[in-house]
Write a protein that binds this ligand. Structure first.
Ligand code: ADP
Length: 247
């Protein structure tokens, strides 16, 4: 942990709002601009990062100085650790009680041989569960930068993010800002933007809570397809309009 310059948690109030997508794209983008990046998937019950990066069915190995991450490619600019790599079969669920999850999270923080990193991005489970408490308390020991909160714009998602904000404040985890995901669908034919999940909820919440608003990401079918196929969005769709929002 001492060799990692920046440590960032990605949190969301509920599942399905795009937390893993934001974690993955953030890690990919940073690696493309020449940073050494680690992506730690502690979403123990729904690890989706390996699939999103096309790294399914890969395994991690443990050596004397810890687990060696799975690298996205031979440049080794993006290393990934996910519970999925330890389970082997992608259809096997994690059926563990709290203490076992706790100990796995501690091992993820202390027993991975990342080497020197510019950024460690940590994808967490949705909500404010025991796992969040464990991961946050562990990371707070190592000078964590803070948390990025991901939400969709509609009221039900926003009210869950409020809980996330209180969670961060109670634990004194700095909040880097809010990302509003699935913020409008831009028709590829006429370019009209339809706010399927209403709009501006993330921005308003950021204003009310006095935390930075980091930006909006539209619903982009190519982003969904990239995650499904495990391909690199930045390389595959270099001319897409979503790209500037992602950057
Ligand atoms: P979470 O981690 O919050 O559960 P995911 O990142 O797994 O959510 O996203 C849920 C689904 O929505 C995935 O299929 C993902 O590809 C898709 N998705 C997320 N954000 C977008 C977006 N901006 N445009 C299109 N699809 C998206």
């Amino acid at each position: 942990m001492d060799k990692i310059k920046h440590k960032i948690l990605v949190l969301s109030g509920k599942g399905g709002v795009g937390k893993s997508t934001v974690s993955t794209q953030l890690a990919l983008y940073l690696s493309h601009i020449g940073k050494k990046v680690g992506l730690l998937d502690v979403d123990l019950c729904g690890p989706s990062i390996p699939k999103m990066l096309g790294l399914e069915n890969r395994e991690v190995h443990k050596y004397s100085d810890g687990w060696v991450p799975v690298y996205k490619d031979e440049t080794k600019s993006l290393g990934v650790i996910s519970i999925q790599f330890l389970l082997g079969d992608k259809d096997t669920p994690v059926i563990w009680r709290g203490p076992k999850k706790d100990s796995m999270i501690k091992q993820f923080i202390t027993d991975v041989s990342w080497g020197e990193l510019d950024y460690l991005i940590v994808d967490t489970p949705p909500g404010t569960s025991d796992e969040h408490l464990s991961i946050t308390q562990e990371l707070l020991k190592y000078n964590v930068d803070g948390a990025i909160l991901v939400t969709t714009p509609q009221g039900v998602a926003i009210s869950d993010v409020r809980k996330e904000i209180s969670f961060c404040r109670k634990l004194q985890l700095p909040i880097i800002g809010i990302v509003e995901n699935m913020s409008g669908y831009v028709c590829p034919h006429c370019s009209e933007c339809t706010n399927i999940f209403s709009s501006e909820g993330g921005r308003l919440l950021a204003e009310q809570a006095q935390i930075p608003f980091l930006g909006k990401l539209p619903i982009d079918p190519y982003l969904t397809a990239s995650a499904e196929k495990g391909i690199d969005y930045f390389k595959e769709y270099p001319n897409s309009s979503t790209l500037s929002a992602l950057k």
